[in-house]
Design a binder for this molecule. Structure first.
Ligand code: CTP
Length: 205
């Protein structure tokens, strides 16, 4: 079997407001780690870009969406498949305060600016790479996820619901470009990850 190179991102990004405070989300990185483990166990090469340190894996450690984007750009041309399992913040503070913000009695407004959509960049710049995105949807799951598949020029979208965040188990629905939806019923993320890596290998090998 040919050895493939998977580029996998994991964890939620941290967007700093000042030196000690940041905006983030509840992502545990579990799905990204499970995917990395499944790919490694099947004999493939993995570059893991993560916001969360995990002693089981060698990883490129990043914090912000901008740092994750830089790291993805560095490895993207050399990979066969990018899986964006990270929960990348869509917004970041327009200005990061160099000093700790002092409290006052008035309201505080923090202006946010959009981050670069890494997945969209990858969909636009791919040559032979397979590009896989995740969609976390609390309503109209298939419709919204399919929109992402198309607008970001992806090869596969993996949709799940907010209950998946931080949990050991998840139910995912998967759509590959030009094929029907398939449901992977509720199971451990490690089991789902194996199935996802197998599906991707069918496309790549
Ligand atoms: N993603 C990314 N770069 C960003 C934001 C998200 O690469 N700046 C990736 C995530 O890793 C995930 C997918 O895009 O694979 C999620 O798509 P996105 O459009 O960000 O979903 P939501 O943030 O849920 O967007 P919306 O609020 O519009 O549903």
């Amino acid at each position: 079997m040919a050895k493939l190179h998977f580029l996998i991102t994991a964890g939620g990004t941290r967007e700093y407001i000042d030196p000690v405070r940041f905006i983030t989300n509840a992502s545990s990185g579990k799905m990204g780690f499970a995917l990395a483990n499944a790919a490694l166990k099947t004999g493939h090469k993995v570059t893991l870009i993560s916001t969360i340190k995990n002693p089981e894996f060698k990883s490129v450690n990043v914090e912000s969406a901008e740092q994750m984007f830089k790291a993805v750009k560095k490895y993207f041309t050399k990979c066969d498949c990018l899986i964006m399992a990270a929960a990348v913040s869509d917004y970041t503070p327009a200005k990061k305060s160099k000093i700790k913000i002092k409290k006052s009695t008035s309201n505080l407004t923090i202006k946010l600016k959009p981050t670069t959509d890494i997945l969209k960049w990858a969909g636009k710049n791919k040559k032979n790479q397979i590009v896989v995105g995740f969609a976390l949807e609390d309503r109209n799951l298939r419709k919204n996820a399919e929109k992402k598949l198309q607008s970001k020029n992806l090869d596969m979208i993996i949709a799940n619901e907010p209950s998946a965040i931080g949990s050991e188990k998840s139910t995912v629905q998967i759509k590959r470009k030009n094929s029907d939806w398939r449901i992977l019923p509720k199971a451990d993320k490690s089991f789902l990850a194996k199935r996802i890596i197998n599906l991707l290998c069918q496309d790549l090998l």
